[in-house]
Design a protein. Structure first.
Length: 184
């Protein structure tokens, strides 16, 4: 662990001074130790800020939301977070402000997944409308697993985006220079 920290310090110094250092290459052991220490998604109410999720259905049978704190340099564009639903290419149902709404209508149930990003947090919300007894049966099984899967998917993408985010030196270098206002 000590070697990794020292190597990262030198990489950050090189990146700040010359802009040439590569992303850190962690050993499998360091990656294994780093993973359990990562922040976990916290349960929250479906936020009122994302209007698309709140207005998706006239009546919902299930809703949940999971939130994580944004780290410096992470993308504030909700499109960057669409990888949360890995392996499933759900169509975009709507976009508004800092929210992207994905979803699908099936014969047995309809669902919407909202990815809402603001300056401080990213929230993954889900709303479900059950259409018939097939949907009730299906959701009786899936709702047991859904919270674990939603938290795990959000945490995985959060970690990936945080570790690939530009460093403070890269963000400072790319920020436009503004002169200080004259003193009176």
């Amino acid at each position: 662990m000590h070697d990794t920290v020292v190597e990262e310090l030198f990489d950050n110094a090189e990146r700040a001074a010359a802009g040439t250092a590569t992303n850190p290459r962690w050993s499998p052991w360091v990656r294994l130790l780093h993973r359990p220490m990562w922040e976990r998604a916290a349960a929250t109410d479906v936020p009122t800020g994302p209007r698309l999720a709140c207005a998706a259905f006239d009546r919902t049978h299930y809703s949940d939301a999971w939130r994580m704190t944004m780290r410096p340099g992470m993308p504030r564009d909700p499109e960057s977070w669409r990888g949360v639903l890995r392996g499933a290419s759900f169509p975009v149902v709507g976009r508004e402000g800092g929210e992207v709404l994905l979803g699908e209508n099936a014969g047995h149930l309809d669902f919407r997944a909202s990815i809402f990003v603001d300056d401080r947090q990213v929230t993954l919300g889900t709303v479900v409308r059950i259409r018939n007894w097939h949907g009730r049966l299906y959701w009786a099984v899936v709702k047991r697993v859904h919270p674990f899967m939603a938290r795990a998917m959000l945490r995985r993408v959060h970690r990936r985006l945080a570790l690939t985010a530009p460093s403070a030196a890269e963000r400072a270098r790319s920020a436009p220079f503004t002169a200080a206002p004259p003193r009176s």
